[in-house]
Design a protein around this ligand. Sequence first.
Ligand SMILES: NC(=O)c1ccc[n+]([C@@H]2O[C@H](COP(=O)([O-])OP(=O)(O)OC[C@H]3O[C@@H](n4cnc5c(N)ncnc54)[C@H](OP(=O)(O)O)[C@@H]3O)[C@@H](O)[C@H]2O)c1
Length: 270
Amino acid sequence: MMKTLITGAYGQLAKEFIASIKGDVYSFDADKLDITEEKAVFEAVNAYKPDFLINCAAYNNVDKAETDYDNAFKVNALSLKYFARACERYKTKIIHFSTDFVFPGKTEKVPYRETELPNPVNKYGQSKLEGEKLLSSNYENYSIFRVSWLYGQGTQNFPFKLKNWAKDKKELKIAEDEVSVPTPTSLVSGIVNKSLDLKGVWHLCCKGFASRYEWALKIAKKENISVKIIGARQADFGLPAKRPQFSAMDSSKLESEIGVKFPYWTEFYE
Ligand SMILES: NC(=O)c1ccc[n+]([C@@H]2O[C@H](COP(=O)([O-])OP(=O)(O)OC[C@H]3O[C@@H](n4cnc5c(N)ncnc54)[C@H](OP(=O)(O)O)[C@@H]3O)[C@@H](O)[C@H]2O)c1
């Protein structure tokens, strides 16, 4: 029977894996397995000797990471070195997630391929890129799926936040100059389940792309949110972290590798 260890178990992506992975699943969030504790990581891997370790734990607060880089680095980067060392003995396959924010953003609206060079514009992106490097330089049996604008169960996603903001406002300003690809967590878990044998770095998101503003309009329509949505610029919000203006990714390498056509992001709003 296949054994899988899942970290960051309370997160939105982990929930999908816990519900869909075949075989025995051992899932823990920070209260039971803090991935920044090297000893705890070793003990967990030694105790369960998993075939797969799916790392869904992450420091995802993009703005806070600007002033809290040490912690962002520990969670998003250093932990990958611990996983690599701990997994060596049992040849456990490490499945890890990274982000479109490893890219700087471009003016020409052509989605990023795996061959393009990362160069993050914020500390969160930097910590995630360091995680990719620490995994790939310390281990061989891994896959990294770069995903973008995830939404699923729970409160840590844009559709939930939009609904919440709309509760006590008549109008909402949403950025038009931030473009990427909204991607449901269920799509990511479904595709990863079909890609367990793959190694290396893969882009995994829906087809097409949207600005935050365009996505907000679709969410509002689908959820019958009556708030007025007004296009704005990132600069209007004065947020600590800079975001790439266009960081959409192209997943066609993964599509052709596994022979599956990915849906357009808009298909989830029809
Ligand atoms: N969400 C997105 O839009 C997005 C975009 C691009 C890439 N990604 C990547 O996709 C993956 C999954 O993201 P997600 O949206 O499912 O994240 P999520 O919902 O924020 O879940 C992350 C989980 O990790 C936990 N965690 C934080 N520090 C930990 C630690 N030291 N030890 C163990 N667990 C810890 C968090 O607990 P607390 O909540 O208590 O901190 C949370 O339960 C991550 O690698 C993320 O970087 C996400």
